[in-house]
Write a protein that binds this ligand. Sequence first.
Ligand SMILES: [Zn+2]
Length: 244
Amino acid sequence: MPRRVVFLSGAGLSAESGIRTFRDSGGLWEEFNIMEVCSAEGFQKDRRKVLDFYDRRRADLADKRPNTAHAMIADLKKRFPDDIAVVTQNVDDLLERAGCPDVIHLHGTLRDLRCEECTTVWDIGYEGIAGKRCPACSSDRVRHNIVMFHEEAPGYQTLYDLIGETRGKLLVVIGTSGQVLDVGGMARYYGCSVLNNLHPEPMIDSHFTKVFNEAATSAAPKIAMLVEEYLTTGKLCEEKGTRR
Ligand SMILES: [Zn+2]
């Protein structure tokens, strides 16, 4: 049976768990040159600097905890596993740690490394990359499993297929500003679309059926009610233009 609900999340979902982002004030952009540490060119120029950067991000993750918005998504996914797809731009593991199965990470995963020889991906927890070798082919040409600027993001094809599968149904976008993905454009394909971002962005918000401009943990119970109502009664949320 085709799935009926897509959760698409970004940095705003994990912000309340203390995960630093690039775009927020006090964010990583102020401390690092993004093109040096997050682009294919930067990686070619200074491999060590980039690997160190992701080592620090991975280590930072160890003491972070999922919040109630991660828990809300995990709970729904566990109760309606065949109806819901969970897609995230986040590279942290907080959805998984909240108990959410089958998370699709569009930009890769911090805890994993990838072998540049044979493409094997494996979990190293919160450790550094130093001394790590591929468990499949023993190569030491290993790198972070994060999609950088000017690299291919294979997860996007999965997302486009998913949009085709769930067309006319329910899209829930949490904590992504629309600067990376055209979420407003995506919303047009859905019978009902829900957006939760802390700050209003009229150009994006206007494409959505319902908009919650508040923190993710504050919107979570309302979003859970909407999703649950749809999955149990088949009724989509009201007509476009409704605001809460
Ligand atoms: Zn390998």
